[in-house]
Write a protein that binds this ligand. Structure first.
Ligand code: CP
Length: 305
């Protein structure tokens, strides 16, 4: 039985297979319409979500399956003190696969060690978000056709941004990747990721606070929201929240074929005026998330068509 807790749980070949299945789902949705008939996905979300939970649920419905859902921490027996382990054992009695979001880093891993069905990490604290990475990877693949040799800029809250941590981990497999880390000093990428992922894999990277200075070199610009919910004090959040606001004039020196990604939700960091720029692909990214989650559910449930 397989789980997806960290993007490194998937080999490069498996990620490429998931891209292939997602592309086939996009081309031939009817082929997959009954693939999970009789199967149930439990979405256990102990933190807010729009895209991840709904795209998992849409994915399961479009595969012909059904969904059981915990939509917030207060609506389950977690509010009465039930442990993640007991929740996982219980849900294993009702469902065939779990997607779990939790504010505590490592909670989906604990669930996977106690469940008798596959567990997918749908975001754990400021740690990892591997299925967002699958959405990001498919988006980059569809926009660029390759990963090798790309210069990828990550901008915003690189400290608490779990989507950034997982995508850097995934991209570190590809030759010629160059990472540009753009953040305020207080929101730099954690040292353990620089050491264990970038330096360990020999990935060249630079750190800067100046988005405009590096804009011309970027093939991908991955904007992120400052993660209010991870701050210990409101004053620091208010001081840092508008560190980067992407506006059309800031794109004047950008490449004509730049791709602008954002895991969303957006707060203030990309002006709405950019949405009509063909380089803005964040709503395509939302849709790609559903297709990759469909491919992942098929893989973990070992559905063979
Ligand atoms: N990208 C993402 O995880 O969005 P939600 O928080 O809405 O699920």
């Amino acid at each position: 039985m397989r789980n997806l807790i960290d993007i490194q749980d998937l080999s490069t070949t498996e990620i490429e297979e998931l891209i292939g299945v997602a592309e086939d789902i996009i081309e031939n949705p009817k082929k997959y319409a009954e693939a999970c008939h009789g199967k149930k996905l439990a979405t256990l979300f102990f933190e807010p979500s729009t895209r991840t939970r709904l795209s998992f649920e849409a994915a399961m419905y479009e595969l012909g399956g059904n969904v059981l859902s915990v939509t917030d921490a207060l609506s389950s027996s977690a509010a009465k003190g039930e442990s993640v382990a007991d929740t996982a054992k219980t849900v294993s009695c009702y469902a065939d696969i779990i997607a779990m979001r939790h504010p505590k880093e490592g909670a989906p891993l604990v669930a996977s060690l106690n469940a008798s069905i596959p567990v997918i990490n749908a975001g754990d604290g400021g740690h990892n978000h591997p299925t967002q990475t699958l959405a990001d990877i498919l988006t980059i693949h569809r926009e660029k056709g390759h990963f090798e040799g790309l210069t990828v800029g990550f901008c915003g809250d690189l400290k608490f941004g779990r989507t950034v941590h997982s995508l850097i981990s995934a991209l570190s497999r590809y030759a010629g990747i160059h990472i540009v880390l753009i953040s305020p000093a207080e929101l730099k990428l954690p040292s353990y990721i620089k050491k264990d992922v970038l330096q360990k894999n020999g990935i060249p990277y630079e750190q800067t606070t100046d988005l405009l200075a590096v804009m011309p070199e970027l093939d991908i610009l991955y904007m992120t929201r400052v993660q209010k919910e991870r701050f210990f004090n409101e004053e620091d959040y208010l001081r840092l929240r508008d560190s980067y606001i992407l506006t059309p004039d800031k794109l004047k020196t950008a490449k004509a074929d730049l791709s602008i990604l954002h895991p969303l939700p957006r707060v203030n960091e990309i002006a709405v005026a950019i949405d009509d720029d063909p380089r803005a692909v964040y709503f395509k990214q939302v849709k790609n998330g559903k297709y990759m989650r469909m491919a992942l559910i098929l893989k973990l449930l070992e559905v063979v068509l």
